[in-house]
Design a protein around this ligand. Structure first.
Ligand code: AMP
Length: 192
């Protein structure tokens, strides 16, 4: 079972992906997490993407497709892949289809978490405040300016994927405004 979690920043993709990992032994492939890891490890690629990420823009298709290819090639035994924050462009969606086909696999569902923008802004700024309160550091891109750019990038570049997966017959939309457990239950119902 290979699935994509689709939705704007703050929709709850990461939270739901982590639940699926715990409950179904799936592997979460979050390009955002991979890029943040590259930044902290100080690789060339990390330096290259840092400013782009902080502004809230998308890094190049070539970089994220390369990261995903690497992870797909090295994954061990598991209950399927959860693509979280990938694909974000039509070129990435095509590349994902090709990578899976090369492995003799395919995508089962693209699950869209539907939310509205007011909730996103509150959630993301709340997430930043919580991380600081817990003695940590907020994500560099969890601020209002970057958030606006991230939302715009979502509507311009990523939301066309909803039509793309709908046309392929793979799209399932769930209400992302419900509680974490309710959203998880809707996803489980879709998968079983
Ligand atoms: P996320 O953690 O998914 O919100 O991603 C954080 C940031 O990483 C995004 O705002 C982008 O700058 C970058 N990023 C993550 N995934 C992708 C992707 N699939 N394509 C392009 N940029 C990405």
């Amino acid at each position: 079972m290979n699935i994509i979690l689709l939705g704007p920043p703050g929709a709850g993709k990461g939270t739901q992906a982590r639940k699926l990992v715990d409950e179904r032994h799936m592997i979460q492939l979050s390009t955002g997490d991979m890029l943040r890891a590259a930044r902290t490890s100080g690789t060339d690629m990390g330096h290259k993407v840092a400013a782009v990420m902080d502004r809230g823009e998308l890094v190049t298709d070539e970089i994220v497709i390369g990261l995903i290819r690497e992870q797909l090639e090295t994954a061990g035994d598991h209950g399927g892949f959860i693509f979280d924050g990938f694909p974000r462009t039509l070129a990435q969606a095509d590349a994902l289809g090709e990578l899976l086909a090369e492995m003799g696999q395919s995508l089962d569902h693209a699950i869209e978490l539907q939310v509205n923008d007011d909730v996103l802004v509150q959630r993301i700024l709340g997430r930043a405040a919580e991380m600081v309160a817990a003695g940590g550091q907020a994500r560099a891109d969890d601020n209002e300016d970057s958030l606006k750019t991230r939302l715009l990038a979502y509507y311009k570049q990523t939301s066309p994927l909803i039509g793309y997966y709908h046309a392929k017959g793979d799209l399932i939309s769930v209400d992302g405004l419900a509680s974490v457990d309710e959203v998880a239950a809707s996803i489980a119902k879709a998968l079983d």
